[in-house]
Design a binder for this molecule. Structure first.
Ligand code: HEM
Length: 509
């Protein structure tokens, strides 16, 4: 039987967080970081808090970001924005245009500094783009274009704010708040993480990011269960089937907990503040009414390529949810090529099973949205997901084999049926997570968007009589709401949820 090499992350022993390793045994709990930057104690979140400030050479970037935040730059699209606010943001943008073009060579020595540089530069770019009056062309000036594209190329990330910038690498620990000393022993936990950078300086925004951060930390348990399951799958005997059944029941609990944490955002982030004040800062090129983002000065560095991936940050970039999908084999459904997030107007039904490469849908498509979102994840996490997807003993096959194999042994059949039931319970839990997510989306986007349309319609109606109302409502009905990832949101999320359900296996009768 093929064995994993001893340094493989799946072969690592369970972390001994409380007691540490026994005397004489090397601590292997962070070895996984070498390959995939997935820590056995903190998952996709780094075990140490991210760098809070770049070195003095890059202080002009840090100072500009500080000023954008402390001056509370306003969205250029905000109705009735006072002239004083327009001038304030224009003078900040002028400072961005007048920055020297700072070299990034020294940043390349460290992944940690590159991450901070990506956060700072991409955050400045979003401030720059979204503080512009909406009718202005989007032209990102060379002092921002060049380092942002260079840093992004190093990290193999798109040059926009990503989930890693606003969640994974955007926290500090409460304990270190008033202290300059390093506290390497303190790990991030659900209760001690605090948010570093926000667009709006609101607690609502901080809590929006922290909700995902806490879920990432809670997800460590899911990663552990995946590892234990895969260990057992190597053994593949009767005991292994029983243990995997138990792990899957535990996985159900973890997914339920993630769902509860997701729903908890309701008490912490106000939907109207989210929709009107926070979310517009996230918009990427593809959720911004067809306006192209021009990266000026790109020709000054021949190694740089015109960026095409410019979707705004979305928790669709969370490696944790992708990992759960992949582990359960749900990704064959939820990541299906048909689920691009964009739908041609004439395509009213989605049947991923009958759609073919010659389908009329194809010309409208890019790749699957969730597949594309992997390009926005830190590259090590992307590699982790590829690794998980290439597991030679996929769980779903194992379930099928145990439940529908040709064994005549009554006990084996019983074990197979129990495994199948546990597997279906885990898939159902994931589907319920997506149901809950749709409730959140209805509350945070669909409701406030309707309200905004209504207000516009009322204003329009006041000016033009009833015609304005009718026109606006008609427009609302035809223009699908866009996610920050640029998807036709409602339809996309519903399809992903429905496809998750498709992964259920029929029960043995
Ligand atoms: C106020 C809270 C949230 C809102 C308004 C929201 C909104 C959205 C929207 C509109 C999308 C569609 C993709 C796009 O175009 O961006 C999406 C996708 C997604 N979101 Fe959220 N989201 C929220 C919180 C979260 C959290 C905390 C998580 C978990 C980490 C999460 C996980 C996902 C996932 C995994 C997807 C991809 C679709 C799927 O796999 O079902 N979301 N979200």
């Amino acid at each position: 039987m093929a064995q994993l090499p001893p340094t493989h992350f799946l072969s690592l022993p369970r972390p001994d967080i409380l007691f540490g390793p026994p005397a004489g045994v090397p601590d292997t709990t962070t070895l996984a970081a070498h390959d995939f930057d997935v820590d056995t104690r903190t998952g996709f979140m780094p075990p140490q808090p991210p760098l809070r400030r770049l070195g003095i050479e890059w202080e002009p970037w840090e100072a500009l970001l500080d000023d954008a935040i402390s001056q509370r730059l306003q969205l250029g699209s905000k109705p009735d924005l006072p002239e004083s606010e327009r001038q304030k943001s224009e003078s900040w943008r002028e400072r961005v245009r007048n920055l020297p073009i700072l070299p990034i060579d020294e940043l390349k020595n460290s992944e940690i500094t590159l991450r901070r540089a990506h956060l700072v530069l991409s955050w400045i770019m979003h401030f720059y783009v979204h503080s512009l009056p909406p009718s202005d062309p989007v032209r990102i000036p060379p002092p921002l274009t060049l380092p942002l594209l260079q840093v992004s190329a190093q990290l193999q990330l798109p040059p926009v704010v990503t989930y890693s910038d606003d969640v994974l690498y955007n926290f500090y620990l409460e304990e270190t708040e008033s202290s300059d000393s390093d506290t390497p022993d303190i790990l991030p936990t659900e209760s001690n993480i605090r948010c570093l950078t926000t667009f709006t300086s609101t607690n609502d925004e901080a809590e929006f990011y922290l909700t995902s951060g806490r879920m990432e930390l809670a997800g460590v348990e899911a990663l552990e269960l995946m590892r234990s399951t895969m260990d057992e799958a190597f053994v593949g005997d009767d005991i292994a089937v029983r243990r995997i059944t138990e792990y899957l029941h535990q996985m159900v609990e973890v997914i339920h907990r993630l769902k509860a944490m997701l729903l908890d955002v309701k008490g912490k982030c106000d939907p109207h503040i989210f929709y009107n004040e926070i979310r517009p800062w996230f918009r990427g090129e593809d959720s911004q009414s067809g306006q192209k983002w021009v990266f000026e000065g790109i020709e000054q560095d021949p190694t740089l390529a015109e960026p095409h991936e410019l979707s705004g940050p979305s928790a669709g970039q969370s490696s944790l949810i992708h990992a759960i999908d992949t582990f359960l084999g749900v990704d064959q459904y939820s990541h299906h090529q048909q689920l691009t997030g964009h739908h041609p107007p004439e395509d009213d039904t989605l049947d991923v099973h009958t759609a073919s490469a010659s389908s009329s849908i194809i010309p409208y498509q890019k790749s699957a949205f969730l597949q594309r979102m992997q390009l926005y994840m830190p590259r090590h996490h992307r590699a982790f997901l590829t690794h998980l997807a290439n597991n030679p003993r996929p769980l779903r096959n194992l379930v099928l084999q145990a439940a529908f194999g040709d064994s005549e042994d009554a006990e084996a059949k019983k074990r197979g049926a129990a495994l199948l039931e546990a597997y279906n319970a885990a898939v159902t839990a994931l589907k319920e997570f997506r149901d809950a997510h749709m409730i959140i989306v209805a509350l945070y986007i669909i409701g406030p968007a309707r309200r905004a349309k209504q207000v516009t319609a009322e204003l329009q109606g006041n000016k033009d009589g009833e015609k304005g109302v009718v026109e606006t409502v008609a427009e609302a009905a035809t223009a699908p709401l866009k996610g920050t990832g640029g998807t036709d949101m409602v339809r996309f999320l519903k399809s992903v949820r429905d496809q998750t359900k498709e992964a259920l296996l029929s029960v043995i009768t």
